[in-house]
Design a protein around this ligand. Structure first.
Ligand code: A3P
Length: 345
């Protein structure tokens, strides 16, 4: 059997096995809509139907290299920011960020961060329904990828190889508010007139874990536990930490991915220049991010909103905030609390 046929059979088998498991569950089996997009429970997380073929293809076909660097996150936790930082740090010898060189030549000015670091389940395997296997051999090493898939469902080769994972977590209150605003920007949702009732309904779903790649606590705890047991495998970052101590967090990140800053670079302000280049203000003002779409249903500019910690207070009533904040209790039961987010309501 040819290799691609064999891998497709494996993908098919995985899909069949999963649908049998689903039939035995007492959880909702039918698809549920998240802002006009149907999703279904798959291996314990909510998978958008639009990626139903990409996810098992990624799981069965991807072969990690020891040099790979994989960014993992829930949507709306700072993925775009981390993609820009990771790309810039790893490629800084090739694409200088120094003010002495023409900064506009840096790829960050011509490509959206999601084009520079591809998501497995949205981009890398997007043509799999046409039996079109991605050619990953042309990607420069170290290859940078991203995923929203929970740790329990990432391919075995990611777990067993020496490749590294960088996870970014964000407090659930701001995560929900960011999600809410983002989804209302989808082409299909632009005519929706959001109300408090609608927000309450979505908060209810979010808190039950019913949102793309949720439940929240399973996602965060899965990667966090691995980072505790295996700190050379998974680096756990907090959005709030990157905001509060960007320099220190960038040093951790660069060191972890094997591209530490030299003393000379530190003295030469390279870290500050990277922070500046990848800041929300800088990315937001770039033509490439003001225009165009990164997925067919949403514009690039929707990726860059306020980037503030605590913005939830401008939208949530005290009882809504309390409901979401209870998720932090679930995290505490497993020994997790945010280092940079105290969550005082
Ligand atoms: P807000 O909606 O709270 O503003 P993701 O990239 O995972 O989709 O996360 C989106 C969130 O990250 C949005 O948060 C967005 O504004 C914020 N963000 C995007 N780029 C950023 C940057 N360079 N620095 C800080 N925050 C950024």
């Amino acid at each position: 059997m040819a290799t691609s046929e064999a891998t497709n059979t494996k993908t098919q088998e995985l899909l069949e096995e999963e649908s049998k498991k689903l039939e035995q569950l007492t959880l909702p089996k039918d698809q549920i809509m998240w802002f006009e997009y149907p999703m279904q429970l798959y291996q314990g997380f909510w998978r958008l139907n639009m990626i139903s073929e990409m996810v098992p293809a990624f799981q069965t076909q991807f072969q990690a290299l020891d040099t790979d660097i994989i960014l993992a996150s829930l949507p709306k936790t700072g993925t775009t920011w981390l993609k820009s930082l990771l790309f810039t740090i790893v490629n800084r010898k090739k694409f200088s960020v120094s003010v002495n060189t023409s900064i506009s030549q840096h790829p960050i000015h011509t490509q959206n961060p999601h084009e520079l670091v591809l998501h497995f389940e949205f981009e890398v395997y997007k043509n799999i329904h046409r039996n079109d296997q991605p050619d990953l051999t042309k990607i420069p090493i170290p290859r940078l990828f991203a995923t929203h898939i929970p740790y329990s469902s990432v391919p075995e080769s990611i777990k067993t190889s020496q490749c590294r994972i960088v996870y970014i977590g964000r407090n659930p209150l701001d995560n929900f508010i960011s999600f809410w605003h983002f989804c209302l920007q989808f082409d299909e949702c632009k005519s929706i007139k959001p109300s408090m009732e609608m927000m309450e309904e979505y908060i209810g779903m979010y808190c039950k874990g019913v949102f793309p790649f949720g439940p929240y606590e399973d996602h965060l705890l899965g990667y966090w536990k691995e980072s505790m047991q295996n700190p050379q495998k998974v680096l756990f970052l907090e959005y709030e930490g990157l905001k509060k101590e960007p320099k220190m967090q960038l040093k951790r990140l660069a060191e972890f991915v094997g591209f530490p800053f030299s003393e000379e670079e530190e003295k030469g302000n390279v870290i500050d220049e990277i922070i500046e280049l990848c800041s929300l203000k800088s990315l937001k003002e770039m033509e490439v991010n003001k225009n165009g779409k990164f997925y067919p249903w949403v514009e690039n500019k929707a990726l860059f909103r306020k980037g503030e910690v605590g913005d939830w207070a401008n939208y949530l009533t005290p009882s809504m905030a309390k409901q979401i904040d209870e998720m932090q209790e679930k995290l505490k039961k497993d020994g997790f609390s945010f280092t940079y987010y105290q969550g005082n309501l």
